[in-house]
Ligand binder design. Sequence first.
Ligand code: GFB
Length: 316
Amino acid sequence: MTDVLFPLEGKRIWVAGHRGMVGSAVVRRLGTEGCEILTADRESLDLVDQAAVSGWLQHAKPEAMVIAAALVGGIHANNSRPAEFIWNNLTIQTNLIHAAHEAGVGKLLFLGSSCIYPKLAPQPVPESALLGGPLEPTNQWYSIAKIAGIMMCQAYRRQYGCDFISAQPTNLYGPGDNFDLESSHVLPALLRKFHEAKAAGDPSVTLWGTGTPLREFLHVDDLADALVFLLKTYSGEIQVNVGSGQEVSIRELAEMIAGVVDYYPEIEFDRSKPDGTPRKILDSTMLTKLGWNNARPLRAGIEDSDRWYREHIAKT
Ligand code: GFB
């Protein structure tokens, strides 16, 4: 049993970005911790407005915060909208971290991304690989912002003694995912493509790239469980990797999704689209040693995402 350093029961916790896939999963998971969850709608608080963020925090005075607010997207969105990705993410996280310090927030959890690591990092990627080499060009703008967020947490911890921590999730999927084919990540994109092909009776489905890149996938509710665990038990500078250990090639993922959707068209490849980084599986030994190792099997996770897609997206 891991020691609880920061009990959540009775605490006021702000989940910034509570409408997103990660934020809503964190809210669901915190629901069982006996804490008071604070949220702020986009209409009432614009996170890129520094004065507004500062004012909101001074007024609400949460005891803890989870920064799940970010502009996120798949490989094409990152590659084609670099300015939006770097500006929104740098601005939102800088406003939140600095204002949290000013408001005396006792614990803050910042979320990075597995793309913070060098393109050719050793695999599985340990936390120590940070800043060890050039980044993957398709998402370097987003990565630089996320790296800055991690280093801000470290800087505020060192200079002001703030208990600000960060975690690095691997590729995520689950309820509340983005299923827009232009801006989504691969897993929701393929669920949609296979369902639409099945409905139309199409003989083939087209994937981007070569299908050979390897990716590790984690269900967002498992991430939320790990984040709550880290909030309660972890206090340190190092950004803790949160992976599932389950790695598949994009082609294997497509075959697994074909099985879930129960439709088996030809799989074709559009090689004009980028592959991105060839492999990125996180070394989650640190998290396991801290005491969390609870990711569900990928097939079960995809079935859950598929259910959510059929209930929320396919019906509309
Ligand atoms: O999930 P994804 O967009 O992002 O793509 P990354 C993963 C792989 O799936 C790439 C291939 O090799 C894509 O070319 N792929 C095949 C597809 N078919 C499709 C498709 O229909 N849609 C999409 N989206 N991909 C992201 C970063 O990288 O990972 C973000 O861009 C973030 O910054 C995220 O870090 C975790 O895994 O390549």
